[in-house]
Design a protein around this ligand. Sequence first.
Ligand code: CP3
Length: 354
Amino acid sequence: MTKLKNDRFLRALLKQPVDVTPVWMMRQAGRYLPEYRATRQKAGDFMALCKNPEYATEVTIQPLDRFELDAAILFSDILTIPDAMGLGLYFSEGEGPRFKNPVQDKAAIDKLSVPDIGAELGYVMDAVSMIRKELDGRVPLIGFTGSPWTLATYMVEGSSSKDYAKVKGMLYDQPEQMHALLDVLARTIIEYLNAQIEAGAQAVMIFDTWGGVLTTRDYKEFSLRYMQQIIDGVKREHEGRRIPLVMFSKGGSQWLEAQAETGADALGLDWTLDIGLARARVGDKVALQGNMDPCVLYASPERIRQEVAGILESYGAGSGHVFNLGHGIHQHVNPEHARAFVDAVHELSAPYHK
Ligand code: CP3
């Protein structure tokens, strides 16, 4: 086991003292980097990139070679699970993800079962161990999954959606059917995350990208409840160290208090809530990860620095903050602006950790 050279990301998630605030960016390996576009072209397409551990390792490391990031995130996608369940994932250029076989009725849901993780998703675990080897203790590696509800939205709609007509239609008219779908997803995700942890993931994150489109009652019944099931079932220690878990419901900051009760170590925040107010609401229960508007990266480096300063000031002194964007970095951002962001977090945060 190689010793971690930089563990401030793991320490901040556990609210242990750090020298400066750690920072990483959601979608840090992605199309805004010319070297990512080159590797994707070599691989052929996005899924070929995900399914080839050498290429997945290469793109995971690319942003770390450019910027002083404090964590690496496994290069993969949340939709590998429905793909492994036989839905036939593909990406059509400019249109985002699609499924050949969406699940839109009881018969289709009854047919689903927990896939053989080793056989169907072994390529993900191979990527995790290869990335760990390549990182050689440089920074910790984050593993991840989508939340059951977020995966269900894609599985029922068959693609990205604007109004969630099909999946919400099912939720309101066939709640038992929806629960059956969410339950098989939660059971699969527990095995998937545990396999990532055994392969070497040092922290895990649940992306609940579409939790925020639900009513308060439905968020608790159809999204939070299944994330709770996952949190209760996932290994929290490996290689003699705690595996921190981050839960991120985009658009979900009105439910922070309920999220803080789940046993997650940290909550992800989108950019809409002031982080100081979020901290006051959750107290000492959890750490916070976020939350600069990704669109700030379209502004000048001076303006980016100013925004970083404002968020640091609002969070205030002490550990428990992992700096990030409030959602993934956009594909047309200038990589030099990402650098200005990362450097500003380290340079401006030291006074808060004296
Ligand atoms: O953060 C990282 O760098 C790790 C890799 C990662 C990707 N997807 C790579 C990716 C992670 C953590 C994800 C998660 C993911 N995937 C989410 C949850 C996070 C979020 O953004 O809310 C969701 C909803 C998906 C599903 C998905 N995958 C969509 C909707 C798309 C199309 C997006 C688009 O902008 O076209 C993807 C494709 C995808 N996943 C890309 C990347 C880098 C772009 C694909 C490409 O190279 O063309």
